[in-house]
Design a protein around this ligand. Structure first.
Ligand SMILES: CC(C)(COP(=O)(O)OP(=O)(O)OC[C@H]1O[C@@H](n2cnc3c(N)ncnc32)[C@H](O)[C@@H]1OP(=O)(O)O)[C@@H](O)C(=O)NCCC(=O)NCCS
Length: 171
């Protein structure tokens, strides 16, 4: 578990990053359903909590009036690569650096497992996510045309060499 402090509207709050558990799933699913056109099912989340190589982390905020799950990340480490599957933050807590903290934890875990490369797919129109990923060194390396059948949208395939993030974060 790791705790950070975030600052927003002159209000400081602690953000604690921990392993996701089954007890977190109600709040996680509410964020998932709000955030994605085609959300993943609770069954999938439950499966991934038990999947070898899967990492499921939640960020919990601790404001005076608001304690709860602010966001989560799910990634797999397979054959020496990180595959980021899902990252989302509660609508009212976006743009406060919470997804960046979750991504930073992914970088640290990768470093400790000596995993140097990461990949993901993102909708072409998802500017917020693309900017987040670029901040962690991801670059577009390919396109899957019309990959998302729900909106007939292309997927951008992004890759990152994590060594730059290791250096910047001094892990
Ligand atoms: C994408 C998402 C996870 C970002 O979460 P967040 O906590 O707001 O992100 P952060 O505050 O850590 O921002 C990280 C960077 O992304 C960029 N960013 C975030 N939201 C942005 C927006 N709406 N527009 C433009 N840039 C944005 C900023 O440049 C920021 O960089 P900075 O720290 O230098 O300012 C959030 O918008 C979300 O939950 N979206 C819906 C789910 C989703 O699309 N997930 C990605 C699936 S591939």
């Amino acid at each position: 578990m790791v705790t950070y402090c975030i600052q927003s509207n002159n209000k400081a709050a602690d953000v604690e990053i921990t392993e996701m558990t089954v007890d977190d799933l109600d709040e996680v699913m509410a964020i998932e359903r709000y955030s994605f056109v085609t959300p993943r099912s609770e069954k999938m989340f439950r499966l991934e909590l038990r999947l070898p190589g899967a990492h499921n982390l939640v960020a919990k905020v601790n404001y005076e009036s608001d304690r709860g799950i602010a966001g989560y990340i799910n990634f797999l480490i397979v054959v020496g690569e990180v595959h980021i599957r899902d990252v989302a933050v509660r609508k009212d807590l976006r743009m406060r650096g919470i997804a960046s903290k979750l991504m930073a934890e992914m970088v640290k875990i990768s470093y400790h497992q000596m995993v140097l490369h990461a990949t993901l797919e993102v909708r072409r129109s998802n500017t917020a996510a693309i900017e987040l990923y670029e901040k962690f060194g991801f670059e577009v390396k390919g396109v899957r045309p019309l990959y998302y059948s729900d909106t007939q949208e292309d997927a951008l395939i992004m890759w990152a060499d994590l060594r730059e993030s290791f250096r910047e974060m001094n892990v």
